[in-house]
Design a protein around this ligand. Structure first.
Ligand SMILES: [Mn+2]
Length: 278
């Protein structure tokens, strides 16, 4: 079983994506996820910049397993009751399906639309609104996914909302199972106090992407594996048992400075190499 990294582990304000990609390649990483930390600064000139990045990843022999679509300021707008705000945000996400393909990947990660913040209806009706909105977003994104040959992977969230449980995500995927899939974020599921192995087994048929990181079970710390409360040995056995064949992607956050980030990267590699018996 192979693994790779979200680029965010090496994100620092004064560093460029190119440097991070070169470091990955130097240290023998072959699989990456393009995270939003670096990409968001380039979105205004996406077509040109993303083509450049794609050429760099290809020349370094890096395989872009998945691209993380924007999320900050996006998921509440996708769930907004104001039709204009929703449409505008959906259009942006549809553009990102094309950007994913320009970046040389065939898999885009999205978070489910959130419950509207101002709810002029009962809570039960608001949840139902959110559920229907997610199914609509999934339908629209899957059309674009079909056009560009990009799988759309919905990621489990945390908190008390629609889109956190295996059942919610499986319902979203049913909209178009050929194009839609599930990104299993093990850290988020840990915050929900869910059993990670049973979560994994429930979604295994629909699993198209992963986010591996650890936390204390309370806050979304994005720590290296073994630094929080997740039972990693059990989880890795789970991945082997379901026969997951894609590279596992670590979504560990960067540190406060370059050395801390580098250490987070190195410790994550040591742990994964040990867990996977490399
Ligand atoms: Mn994630």
């Amino acid at each position: 079983m192979e693994y790779g990294f979200d680029t965010g582990i090496l994100y620092l304000k004064d560093r460029e994506l190119k440097d991070a990609l070169e470091l990955f390649a130097d240290r023998g990483v072959r699989y990456i996820e393009h995270g939003m930390d670096f990409l968001r600064e380039l979105e205004e000139d996406a077509e040109r910049k993303f083509r450049e990045i794609s050429e760099i990843t290809e020349s370094l022999g890096l395989y872009v397993v998945q691209v993380h679509a924007p999320y900050i300021g996006v998921y509440e707008k996708l769930g907004d009751m104001d039709e204009e705000i929703y449409r505008k945000t959906l259009k942006r996400m549809l553009r990102w399906v094309r950007y994913t393909s320009i970046l040389g990947s065939n898999n885009m990660i999205v978070h489910p639309a959130e419950l509207p913040k101002t709810i002029e209806m009962s809570f039960v009706d608001a949840v139902e609104f959110c559920r229907r909105r997610n199914l609509e977003v999934a339908r629209e994104l899957s059309k674009a996914g079909e056009e560009y040959g990009v799988t759309i992977s919905f990621e489990n969230e945390y908190g008390l909302k629609f889109g956190c449980s295996p059942e919610d995500l499986i319902e979203i995927v049913q909209v178009n199972p050929d194009i839609l899939g599930i990104c299993f974020d093990v850290g988020h599921a840990n915050i929900r106090q869910l059993n990670l192995v049973s979560f994994l087994k429930k979604i295994s048929r629909f699993l198209t992407a992963t986010h591996l990181h650890d936390n204390n079970g309370v806050s979304d710390e994005h720590l290296p594996p073994m630094m929080g409360s997740i039972n990693w040995r059990e989880l890795i056995i789970g991945f082997k048992e379901i026969g997951y064949s894609k590279p596992l992607i670590l979504e560990v956050g960067s540190g406060k400075n370059y050395m801390t980030s580098l250490n987070r990267f190195e410790i994550s590699r040591m742990v994964l190499d040990t867990l996977l018996g490399k």
